[in-house]
Every structure is written in C-alpha cells, then in structure tokens.
Write a protein that binds this ligand. Sequence first.
Ligand code: SF4
Length: 1015
Amino acid sequence: MSVHLFCSPFWRTLEDAALEKWQEEPRDALILVPSTEMRRQWLTRLTEEVNGVCGSAVATMERFAEHIAQQATSSPHRLAQPMELQLAALEVLSESNAQWRTAGIVDAFLNAVEELELHGFTPDEVGKTFSGDALITSLVTAWQEWKCCLNKRYLWSVGDVLRNACQAIGNQKVSLPQRLLVYGFSALTDLRWEFLRRLIDNANETFIFVPYEPTNESAYRYAQPFWELLQDTFKVEGKKLTDKVLDEMSAIVKKAFQWQKEKPDSELQPTERIVLVATAGEEQEVETALRLLTVWRREGKLERYSDALLLARNLEAYLPALEAVSARYKIPLDFVGGQRRPAWGLRQLLWTIAEAKRNGLDGACLWQLLPSPYLRSDGKPLLPPNKHAKVLGLLRQSLAQTRAEEWQKYFAENLPELAQPLGEFLKAVEALPLSAPACEHARAWRDLLSRFIAPCHPTDEPILNCLWKHLNILLSWQTELSLDEFVASLTELCTLTERTHTDAVRVVSITEGRGLWAPVIVVLGLCEDRFPQMPPVFELLTDKHRERLQRRLKTRLRFRRSFLAAETMLFLEAIGAATERLVLTYPRTDADGKPRARSLFVEAVENALKASGWQWVHQEWERDLADVLPRSLNEALDERDAEQWAIFAPSSPSGKVDKRAIALTANLLRDSSFAERLRTEWCRWAKPQRGKWDGKMPSLPKSIVAQLRELDLTALEVYGRCPFRFFARYLLRLKRPKEIAYTITPDIKGTLWHAIVDEFLRHWQEQEKMPDEATLHQIADEKVQEEMRQAPQVVIDLLQEQLGKMVACIWRAEELEAEEWCLVAIEEPFSLPLRELKEIAREIVEAKKIAELEKALKVLGEVTLRAKPDRIDKGRDGFLRVADYKTGTPPSQKDIQDGVSLQLPLYAIIVERSYEQQVGQACFLRLQFTKSGSYAKACQLVAQKQGSRSVLLSEMQQVALSWVCEFLKGIAEGDFCVRPFEFEKSCRQCDFKALCRCHFLRITPRKREGGEEGE
Ligand code: SF4
C-alpha cells in the first residue's frame, strides 16, 4: 500500500495532476469525489481526454459505499432520498413529540442526526453520554424511531450505508479498486474517514488531492486538520503542486485573511483581471456582471460564454435577476447542479389549486385558476378560448359562491356545454384533503393530475413525469401532512431540467460548484449576511454537547464557532476556480434602497492584493443607483444600447466623441423625432439630479410648453410636488390605466362622496329647501349603482352598507351648515387668464416675483388658470365662504407655505374677483364629524383675525401667489427636474415612479434642500 498526498488551492492544478495520475494506469482505478456535480465534471473531462469512459470510473463516496453495502446484502435496501428522510422525520416527530413538528425543528433534527451518524455515533451511545439531558433524550428517542421508520421500508441513512460498507470491506465480501484517486475532499467525518481508510488499506496505490494552501494557515484552517491527519496517518509528506496561475490570483490565496499592512499606494500595480462590481440591487449586479463578460468576449479576453462560471452562495436569491437579465439581453445561461430554474407556471398552478381548495372553491380563486393553459379535459382545453370571457363574467357575478356542486348547477343554468367538465374538475379539486396521510394526498393529486393537467410546453413533460414518480413514492407513506406541506414538496420538483446546448454562461451555487473551474469566475452576492452566511438560528446540538462528544473522535465535529472557517473555505475554493479572471460583485443597497455592507471576504481580497502590490480596477465598474447602462459605446450590449449612447455622445457638451459614435449618430439622426426622443430619454436617465444634468430641458421646444392652454390649480400644486410629475402628467399626458380593484379604496370613497353631496346640494338649490334624509339615502344608492357599475355585487353591497351609516351623519352635518351658511354655488367653474392674474399679483407680491411672472408670460401668455371650488356660501354677515370637501388628510397651512397646496387662497382670489364680494373665510370640510354633528373643518383661513391661532387669508394669498409666479417661471423655462417636495408625501401616490426612478439616494427633495423657504 502506498499513499501519495498532493495539494493546491487551484482546482485546475489539482485536476490536471489527478488526471495525469489516472492516465498512468486507468484500469482498476477509481476516482472518489465528494459531490455529484464534481463527478459529472470528471466524467466530462475524461470523455474529452480519452473519448469516453465507463460511468463507474468516478463515484461519490456515499454512492460507492451504497454499492459496496448492497453487494454484501441480499435485502433490497437502498440509500434514502432527502424527501424520504424528511417524511420519516415528520412521521416520528408528530407521533412522539408533536410540538417539534415545525419546519425549523424538522431541519434541525435532520442536521443533528446526520452530524451524529456521520461521526459513527449510535442513538444508545449519545443517550448514555447525555443521560440527564431532556432535549437529547427526546432527540435520541426520535432518532431511534426515525431509523426504524426508514429501515422497515428498506431505506438506509448515510450512516447505515457507510457502516455497512465498512463491515463488508472488513468481511472481505466485496471487490475493491486497486488504484484509488481521492479527489476534492477538504474535511471528513469519522465514519467517512473510517470508510476511506479501509479502501486505502485494500488498494495498492492511493493518490489524494486536497484543495489546500499550506503557506496560508489562517485562511485554510478549515482544511488544515484533514491535511495533517492524512500526513500523520500515512506517514507521508504532502506535496504542494506547482500552480500555473497569474500573480494576482496567487497573491489572494497566499495572503488573504492575514491582514497585512498595505504597501504604499504609489507602488500598487493596477490589474484589470480582478474586478470589483458594486451596484444597486441584485438585478443591476447580474446585469453588470453579464455586461462585463460581454465586453470581454467582444475584446477577445473571453473566448466563449461557457468559459465563464457564475457562482453564488445563495443562488435562489439571484434566480429572478438572472432570468430577467438573461431574457433582456438574450445571453443564455446554463444552470448546472441540482439548483435548476424553477418552472414558475407549474408551481403557480399547484399553489392556485391548493388555494382554491382552501377557500372552498370561491369565485375569486376560480377566476385565477380556470384560465390556466395547463387545465385539460379529454385532451381539449378545460376552458375553450372562446368561452373565457363568458366564464370569467359568470364568475365575477358570483364571487362569493363556493362548493363544486353549487358551481356545477350554476354553470348548468348559464353555460350548459361546459357544466360537466368544469363540475368534474372542481369535484377533483374539492376531493384534495386539507390534512391527511401522505398516501391519501398522493392518491387525490394523482387523480387530478392524470385527468386534468397536461403539459403546454415540451419542458413541462419531464416535470410532470417527475411529479408522477414522486406521487408514486408517496403512496407508501402514512405521514400526516397538511395540504401546504404536501404542495410545497411537489413544487420543489417543478424545476426545468433541460440543459442548454448553446454557448452559455454556466451558473451554479458555490456549494454545488465545488471543483468546477473556468477561465473567468464571477462570485455574486458578496455582502454581509449573504456570504459568509450566518449559522442556523436553531440547533439541537450545541457546542457544549459537541465538546463532550469530540473527545472520542479523530475528525472535527461541526462546531458553531468554526462556521466562519467553513464559509471562508468555500470562498477560497471559489477563488481557486478561476484560471484567468475574477469578478467579485455585491449589491450596495437592498431592494428598499437601504445600504448594505460588503462582505469581509471582499476586504480580505483587497487587503491581500494591496499587500502584494496589486490594485484592482473597480471605479469603472462600480455602479450606483444614479448610474445607467451603458456609459460608453464599449459597454453597450446590443444595438439599441449603442444607438442610445451614440445619439447622446455627440450632442453632449463634454466628453470624448468616438468616430464610431459619430457614424452611428449620422445614420440615426435622419429621423429627427427619433433623435429627439432618444436624447430626451438619455438626458433623463444618464444624468439625474445629482449628476451633470440638472433636469432642465431648455432644448424642449417652447412650442411644446406653449401648447398649454389651460392650467388647473391642481396642476400647479402638482408642479410644487414635483416638476417631473407635472411634465409627465400635463405635457407628456401620460396616464396610468386604472387597475380593476375589488376592494373599496379611499379614492373610490372620495369620488362617491363628492358625487353624492354634489347631487344633494343641487336638489336643495332646485327645491329651495333642504331635501330630507330619505332623499340623501336614495341619492347615495343611485350614485353607488352608477359609479360602481363594473364592480361585483358583493362589493356594491359592502359599499352601500358602509355609506348607509355615513349618510345620516352627512345629512345632520349639512343641516347644521344650513343654520350658518346659505348655499350660493356648487362646483362652479372659474377661469382666470394669467395676464389678469399678473394684475392681481402686482398688488400683493414683491416686484422680483412679478418680474419672474412677466418672463413666464412670454411663453405662457395665453394660458388660463382654472378653478372649481366644491361650494360657495354666503354667511349672515354678508361675506362669502369657499369650501372644499376632503375625505383623506386635508392640506395644512404649512402645505400652503411650502407651495404644495394652493387651492384655498387662490379660490378666494378668483371668487372675490368674479363675485365682486369679499371672501371672509376659506376652509376644508372633512368627512369627519364633531361632537355636535357638524363637519370637522381644516385649514381655516379668515379675512379678519378672530384669535391668536387664526390664519389670515391675505397672508396665505401672498405666499400662494409667490409660489404660482415661481412655478410658472419654471414651466416656461422647461425646468422639469425630478425634484419631489418630500419622498413620503409626494411620491407615495405618484404614478410615475418607474419613469423617474425616484430614489432617495440619487435625488434630493426640495424641502430638505431648501428648508422652509424651498429652493
Ligand atoms: S415618484 Fe416622486 S420624484 Fe418621481 S415623478 Fe413622482 S413625485 Fe416626482
């Protein structure tokens, strides 16, 4: 028996050395690897090198042990699948200790049992060691039952497999490989070690290849004990292989985590082979990484996309971004390893079916479920396309209806031809159990799947087959499961299994991608809490338990305190996968824009590079929210990108202009409207408020602004809230389509209330006396029916019920109003030419503002200001009052001073001018009532001071008019900057968020910047 030991921190070096040894004598040689993905990688490499090889030439340790154990037994035992381990755990935990049956504890139980089993402990041994510990006693009982539960189904745990395999080797019952190549292990548990030792003892020659760097103990402290154990046990001197890698890469693995002092900056040598990308959010992170690969590919630094490997510690967090960016730029991705892309369509279908069952098949759930293209009946769509509208209309009319039988009757009356298939489908859904043994769930789902669900795309077929197999396995399990637990186990299988055969960027999680290497490695998600990950929150075995158990072991238990060492090892292995270039990326902000700290691994790499005299290039690829891609023609990915950039570059006042850009522009500028559109868009996106572009658009043709003929007072308030919002709404005339809502929103309530009160006051004016309460009720009912025509009856009923209670209060409040005020006008429209406004303003506001207004009038001279107060009343003292109804929070006096509420003071000016009578009061009437039953009033402005707290109308008119002058000047000058008054108040209800990319990191709100006075 001879043993040879080699190490290298680089996978390619290790793999080449192992391949060389294998080629010396391939017959009878076995390559033993730790993971399935590493085995697949080896088989591919051997196929490339020797044109094909038998699959048994490479094996994972567990599968090989299973193979040996099976040779020595006549029973049909096999290694249990993860799902089977989980079902057995659920079964025993619900029987013996029901409160342990929660997702976190089941996982903790399986982790603890696996850790103990892999170190060769038996339940009895552990029970005796901790005889007084109640928690461990429960664990041991459950563990014993769990093993029985598996064994009676002829299933082995990993511990069983390894123990049986060791026994079989000891009994000399099996044939074993004579040449052994042990590749890619960085640590082993006691039982695995025992198994490996027996294999080595029986082999003539063994070569062991460990991913390890002996000169950097602080970084590789996870693999160090294994390395030393190998050297001590086999009395061999480990050999460090010679790496043919770049100096920068070598510097990282040798110096990382030693935290040396940096060399002075002047000596640092820039390297463009190691890049740091910091971006806003995951999507930009993935986008920038893929752009970088594309640029390198174009420049010949990356031969093919498949030469790049994208690694992420938590790949699931990146799946949506990866799919979105890949689809947007048509860059194919190849998901390797067990983490496949989720088949969203089928997952959604299964959850919708479960939801429908849980809600008793109510109309709202069926509305979502029935149009699914996966639903079939006798080979035909369950809902033929020409019947979609009809069925959905019927569902909408009976949203609250439930039960399959009721639905079948309902469809029989309204759509007899579909009543039978729909009824049968709904009965099959109704038959799904909410909580039952796994086998009953499986039976009901098999029935549903076989009769009503069919693939709509070739990729669905393998998934449905897999679901079918899974359901067959579950038929032999009695574990009590809820519907949600059962559906969760099904949806996990809904993943796309096909691999792409085009040139694609490979994507894999860091744990599964161990051993893969590529010229370019991209490590995503290097931010705090993501990589290094945190240890599991809850564990059944604590470090104190481990300390007592550790004394009997040769190898290390999984101590919580050494979790960081394991994560560090994973990171170093990811670095060791790169042969030429390395890209490290992290999101600098989360989805809400909150800053995130970069991972300590990034610091370690930067420190190691600097200590070795290297400096990575990160400025160019560092991104912020304000950055928009591309920033140069080179960065452009596709033609559209290039065109956008090319159009902007030559017309920008600064910046180098490249000949290719001029050529492209010349070509494109033939279409002038296209050019104008692109330039405007570019300005908006490329140079936001904080950048060079201040949001002003003097180039915007005056004629466009001059097209404004009328301006509502509310439009000026919108300008005060945010100039860009005004631009989008009143100049671009953009409007977001209203969403169909089945809930009663404050908007709906507000509109209805206005309509009801308006109608009520008109009746009052016509009849010259206040209508009675019954009339108000009748008006309310009619208005609800009229305004809510599209809504389902249940929503109308609910609204009528809510309004019914309010109507009595409103009637009483109007009665009290009538005691003080005599109604003069309801919703009367007024218009005031801006030129006349100038004359009014001249007497009130300062000369500087008048000069601003005069400038604005050169462009907006023909514009008229429009206003429509909700009501005008006359008081007993002969003065007028203007009032507006408000359902939500009314504006305050402070809002007038900030220029975001102009209505009341300007109403007063316009009404006074039209009626030629003084306005004594202006206020908002709220849909809230005082103790006496009158409307609660807000923002009351009065002509005569009545107390120290009353606010003078004339003062507010001066403030409001000053703002009007300033806003009109801004509009005339084309100042449509993205400058919200306040994020909270201005942006919350704004429809144009997606357009302006409002974010507090890139935009300064007006209020904060200018204080009380504004800018
Ligand atoms: S979301 Fe905010 S910043 Fe963007 S347009 Fe609307 S108000 Fe302006």
